[in-house]
Design a protein around this ligand. Structure first.
Ligand code: C2E
Ligand code: CA
Ligand code: CA
Ligand code: CA
Length: 276
């Protein structure tokens, strides 16, 4: 038993070594990418549901690797927060997204996701100001998406920062709405311009025996009542679109309308559009 125990311990140790090595390799990739600005943004279209009009894009972070794959934000962001590179990467995302949006038709918006760490460090305001100044983008075309995590332990300073950003003309979006425990209780603490109903609601849509349709309709009605626009993300089927149209959603986003693509592909699609 003793021998087996020792083997066992050795087995786990080597597994941990592998995990640790993978983690160290990822950290190095992220550090190098932050130094050389090797990240890329992909852009997912957002449509107004009435008339199916393109209104803008959400910028989503990726890290290209040597083998041609893309490391997703769910892997990048938590590590970047831990190794304290999120402010630097977040500032790059803002600059890159604003610079790219500046080249689009002037009625299109760009949405950028923010991490709560960027508020804690106080880096978000100067980063937004710099991105806007440098690109010359009209602040009304920039949307900042924040999650409940930011508001969970929010301070007076957080709300003041959001208010000053809003005063600049930037829109503030409550992202992943409905996934946390207290989304609802933040709606009257800050005047959001928009709420984004999380993708998980559309995932449950097809499953029978759920009241998800009633919940989504109620959130949309609530948003309207509070003068907030409502976007629904993760829309994948025509059936969901029909439902959301009837439910009076403002905007939709999801694979049904378009997956996130590179800035070059956005550009190509727009030029095609103008030629046709
Ligand atoms: P999110 O803000 O909720 O973004 C939507 C995610 O859902 C994106 O995943 C998008 O590719 C995916 N998605 C969009 N439509 C559909 C659909 O119809 N079906 C399905 N199954 N998925 C869909 P992605 O790009 O992997 O991003 C994951 C999360 O990472 C984002 O969730 C956001 O919270 C975070 N993130 C992305 N970019 C950044 C960034 O620059 N900074 C920070 N702090 N977070 C970011
Ligand atoms: Ca988002
Ligand atoms: Ca989401
Ligand atoms: Ca999110």
């Amino acid at each position: 038993a003793k021998a087996a125990g020792r083997n066992c311990a050795r087995f786990f140790t080597s597994e941990m070594d592998v995990a640790l090595q993978e983690r160290m390799a990822l950290e190095k990739l992220i550090r190098d990418a932050a130094t050389h600005n090797d990240f890329v943004l992909h852009y997912q279209p957002v449509f107004e549901i009435v008339g199916r009009r393109l209104v803008g894009f959400e910028a989503l972070l990726r890290l290209p690797t040597a083998d041609g794959t893309l490391i997703p934000p769910a892997t990048i962001i938590p590590i970047a927060e831990e190794i304290r590179l999120i402010d630097k990467i977040g500032a790059w995302v803002l600059r890159e997204a604003c610079r790219t949006a500046k080249s689009w038709p002037s009625d299109l918006t760009v949405a950028v996701n923010l991490s709560s760490s960027q508020f804690e460090s106080g880096s978000v305001e100067p980063a937004v100001a710099e991105a806007l100044n440098e690109s010359g983008l009209d602040p009304h075309r920039l949307e900042l998406e924040i999650t409940e995590g930011l508001l969970l332990n929010h301070t007076h300073a957080t709300l003041e920062t959001l208010r000053r950003l809003k005063d600049k003309g930037v829109s503030i979006v409550m992202d992943d709405f409905g996934t946390g425990y207290s989304s609802l209780s933040y709606l009257w603490k800050f005047p959001f311009d928009k709420i984004k109903i999380d993708r998980s609601f559309m995932e449950s849509f097809a499953q029978s025996g759920h009241n998800v349709e009633t919940v989504v309709k109620t959130i949309i009605a609530l948003g309207r009542e509070m003068n907030m626009r409502v976007t629904v993300e993760g829309v994948e089927t025509a059936e969901q679109v029909d439902f959301l149209y009837d439910a009076n959603a403002d905007q939709v986003q999801g694979y049904f309308f378009g997956k996130p693509v590179s800035a070059a592909r956005v550009e190509a699609a727009m030029l095609d559009d103008r030629r046709s």
